[in-house]
Design a protein around this ligand. Structure first.
Ligand code: AMP
Length: 292
């Protein structure tokens, strides 16, 4: 497995293999865990040549402190990536991607940026102004540099996946976008690089997110289809766990529009602060067949 830290080196490696290989890309911010591994493995199944990018993208962060404390561990990431079946890790330095410097997500930039479409409205787009513009800009750059035929993204970041799908359709990228299931720890906590920032006590508090989502599914199964009622209970349960709710929404799975009532299926999406660590999670809600 190769590791490239420069665009020149990346091109030297990819140029000779482009025409005879189906390149797959897994974009990440590193600090790899089993969720990322599942994406690499899925990419390995679908592509001839698997590129994993590791780049903590400053322009998708809203605060310098959050950016600074984001966990980084390239040496361990390379070992994990190799074991999972990646062919190349692309881990460019900041200057390589942003030679003219950068600002945080909500700061003006004199460099070219991509603007995310309307699926970036609401949810994390509302709580984190400019975040998705930062995401689509770096993903667009990676697509242009790597020119993959397919790219794998996790449903852990449910809105991000829909925003990327919209970008690919709107900008006519000839890239297949694969959504991969959210991977959880045995106790239900969604795996996240940010979990490393939680104390043991906070980690057990954070389980209230998963519990509350299960309660919502159980209530729906019992016939509660009113999203206002379902959300109220989720918010209360997360609050009782000691977390500060950022938002709780129940949305249409494809266009992310807020729902008042669940007819068939929907996505419950949650963002909450555990101390100063912001966690996101989501679950598909299905109404019981017999009451459709
Ligand atoms: P990140 O490094 O957090 O930016 O995530 C990189 C990619 O891994 C994104 O497509 C995420 O959705 C995906 N990912 C992160 N955590 C998980 C998880 N627990 N399960 C599945 N995919 C994940």
């Amino acid at each position: 497995m190769h590791t490239s830290t420069t665009i020149q080196d990346l091109q030297n490696i990819l140029e000779p293999i482009r025409c005879s290989n189906r390149i797959g890309l897994v974009p990440t911010m590193g600090s790899l865990h089993a969720g990322h591994v599942s994406l690499i493995e899925e990419c390995r199944r679908l592509a001839d040549y698997v590129v994993l990018s590791v780049f903590v993208n400053p322009i998708q962060f809203n605060s310098a402190a959050d950016l600074q404390k984001y966990p980084r561990n390239l040496e361990q990431d390379s070992l994990i990536a190799q074991k999972a079946g990646a062919d190349l890790v692309f881990a460019p330095g900041l200057h390589e991607i942003f030679p003219n410097g950068y600002g945080l997500s909500d700061q003006a930039s004199s460099d070219t940026r991509i603007l995310a479409g309307n699926r970036s409205n609401g949810l994390c787009g509302e709580s984190r102004p400019g975040h998705f513009n930062g995401v689509v800009t770096i993903v667009g750059q990676l697509f242009n540099l790597i020119r993959p035929r397919l790219a794998v993204f996790g449903e852990k970041d449910f809105q991000q996946l829909q925003v990327i799908r919209q970008m690919v359709a709107d900008l006519h990228y000839q890239i297949e976008i694969i959504g991969a299931p959210l991977i959880r720890d045995a106790d239900g906590l969604a795996l996240s690089s940010r979990n490393a920032l939680l104390s043991e006590a906070q980690r057990s508090q954070a389980l209230s997110i998963y519990r509350s989502m299960h309660t919502a599914q159980a209530d729906l199964t019992r016939g509660q289809r009113d999203c206002g009622e379902l959300k109220r209970k989720v918010i209360a349960e997360i609050g009782r766990g000691g977390l500060r709710v950022d938002y709780v929404e129940i949305v249409d799975r494809s266009n992310l529009e807020s729902l008042e009532r669940i007819e068939h299926s929907a996505q419950l999406i949650v963002a909450a602060f555990c101390g100063d660590v912001r966690l996101i999670d989501n679950i598909r809600l299905d109404s019981p067949r017999d009451s459709r």
